[in-house]
Design a protein around this ligand. Structure first.
Ligand SMILES: Nc1ncnc2c1ncn2[C@@H]1O[C@H](COP(=O)(O)OP(=O)(O)OP(=O)(O)O)[C@@H](O)[C@H]1O
Length: 263
């Protein structure tokens, strides 16, 4: 059994589809107070790893525990209500005519499962607080479909936090944002990362520029395997990133933010 503070525990996990190994022989532990970034090129297996962590799929071999539950031996639907997830696939399913407030508050229905007045009031208040925290409270009555991409991303994160998850998974949250939108999102994710009350977090990205300050650990993936993992300061450097992306890169860290460019 994993330690009580271990929210994700993968031991020798491999996921195969047909003859393809999506990820291979992964050992990875995420603790309650950790904020992880998962970096790697297209097709490296990042989304597969995130889907394992979210209880969205089972390993083909090895053992995987999420929030203390063994994948394969637990009802995944119940586990999923304890994990907040934002991803492009999930975002595509949000109805464009729904109000922003409803997009956030409906996340709670999975947990509550019925419409009792006192629950609804509590949920409404929580949704308002989260929209405020993400800086989109003024958009609460707008139709989701009328929002900019940056505003949508922030609403999606508020929705993922609605269930008060023990684990928050963010799959490329800054994809498609302009520079201002990215910087705003990175700042808000940094605030969340520094908040001791916030859940354990795993953020998937292709770009070191999108790593918010306050993130503590990194895992680098290439071709379904781990290149390096551990404390972010030990893991992200020119050598490891060049190996991960398969080209000579130089990486710099200034005031908590990373940049990378080809040599
Ligand atoms: N059902 C499947 N059958 C076969 N191959 C698959 C399947 N699902 C994913 N793959 C392959 O597994 C590899 C890893 O996919 P995954 O989506 O986890 O990568 P990723 O790192 O998230 O990529 P990206 O950055 O492009 O989103 C890819 O090469 C993908 O084509």
């Amino acid at each position: 059994m994993p330690h009580a503070d271990t929210v994700v525990d993968l031991a020798a996990v491999t996921v195969t589809r047909g003859d393809t190994r999506l990820v291979a022989d992964i050992d990875w532990q995420v603790e309650l107070d950790e904020r992880w970034v998962v970096l790697g090129p297209n097709g490296a297996g990042k989304t597969t790893l995130l889907r394992l962590a979210g209880g969205r799929l089972h390993p083909s071999s090895g053992s995987a525990h999420v929030l203390g539950e063994k994948l394969g031996a637990v009802d995944l639907a119940e586990l999923r209500t304890r994990v907040g997830l934002t991803s492009a696939a999930l975002a595509d399913r949000i109805p464009v005519h729904e109000t922003v407030h409803n997009v956030v508050v409906t996340a709670a229905w999975d947990v509550v499962g019925r419409f009792r007045e006192d629950y609804e009031t509590m949920d409404d208040i929580r949704a308002r607080v989260l929209l405020e925290q993400l800086g989109v409270a003024h958009l609460a009555d707008r139709q989701y479909g009328t929002l900019s991409e940056g505003e949508r991303k922030r609403v999606q994160i508020a929705r993922a936090l609605m269930v008060d998850p023990e684990l928050l998974l963010l799959d490329e949250p800054a994809a498609g944002l302009d520079l201002g939108g990215r910087e705003d999102l990175v700042r808000r994710l940094a605030e969340l990362a520094f908040d001791p009350e916030a859940p354990a977090m795993v953020l998937v990205t292709h770009h070191v520029e999108e790593i918010p300050p306050g993130f503590t650990h990194a895992l680098l993936l290439r071709d379904g395997g781990v290149v390096a993992q551990g404390l972010i300061g030990d893991v992200i450097n020119s050598v490891t990133l060049s190996a991960t992306f398969g080209l000579p890169l130089t990486v710099e860290l200034r005031q908590g933010r990373y940049t990378a460019r080809a040599l």
